[in-house]
Design a protein around this ligand. Sequence first.
Ligand code: UDP
Ligand code: MG
Length: 323
Amino acid sequence: MDISIIVPLYNEEESLPHLYDWIVRVMEENKFSYELIFVNDGSTDNSWQVIEQLKAGNDKRKNAAGQVHGICFRRNYGKSAALYCGFKAAQGNVVITMDADLQDSPDEIPELYRMITEDGYDLVSGWKQKRYDNALTKNLPSKLFNATARKVTGIKLHDMNCGLKAYRCEVVKNIEVFSEMHRYIPYLAKNAGFTRIGEKVVQHRKREFGTSKFGLDRFVNGYLDLLTLWFLNKFGKQPMHFFGLVGSLMFFIGFIAVIVVGGMKWYALAHGVRAMLVGVNPYFHIAILMMILGCMLFLAGFLAELVIRNSPSRNDYLIKKEI
Ligand code: UDP
Ligand code: MG
């Protein structure tokens, strides 16, 4: 099969029939064999009934080049969870993800497919260069977000979180989208060793039906998730390298402070000056605090090493080839 199209959706009943028609038209014009996987993320409207109807209609069509599949969550788990299940089910050589709200255009699929199969990209991300969302709440924060993400991840993408993306099948089978990490799939792919990451300017459209499912909190959570991913990538397999370093540094500062406190007291006593009580000396408090913090960070490092030893994935490596 050429293409798996994965569409995560939450309360998008009005958009679905239009999206289905549009995808079928593009697929048939380009003679692709494909599957369309709708992942209903616990919608509370009639999205699932619409998917059932679309599937029934598609199954009845003679010579249909594609199949429609649906996965229905019992409750709303989030876009990452929907993508994760879609990736697990996908069987096409190229996997395309797109939003259900008609903001992404299926007309982009043939070119995305070509970039993966002919240009050799592992992943191609859409770039909504001209964006039809609210300028203040979406476009501007998104620019800041992407600038930070570029710095931290080292991936030169303008629109890391674009819903429209294409992957070589191997990529989606070897990354695990989790929590709210759908914003950083290119980073997950890069960390898994899929470094040929490309970008394509894509058309973006206004949301016609329904409402956006993400508020401003996405930017706070997005930044925190970026920190987590950075930490996991850098120190995930050797946490002691992080905690040990910071712990040693703190302990060292504390140790110096102890010497300063002791030295001041000794100097005062030796010269018969009235000595400051050790207990009121600010360096004394710095010394205690830093030494305790240093020890605690070391302890956290050892504990993290113990946790990792028990992780079932501690020796999972992606092998590219064997002869
Ligand atoms: N979505 C989802 N689960 C959620 C929230 C959103 O599957 O919990 C889907 C949503 O239906 C849409 C896509 O993720 O297909 C992108 O969401 P949205 O259009 O609200 O994001 P925006 O375009 O505003 O960034
Ligand atoms: Mg949208």
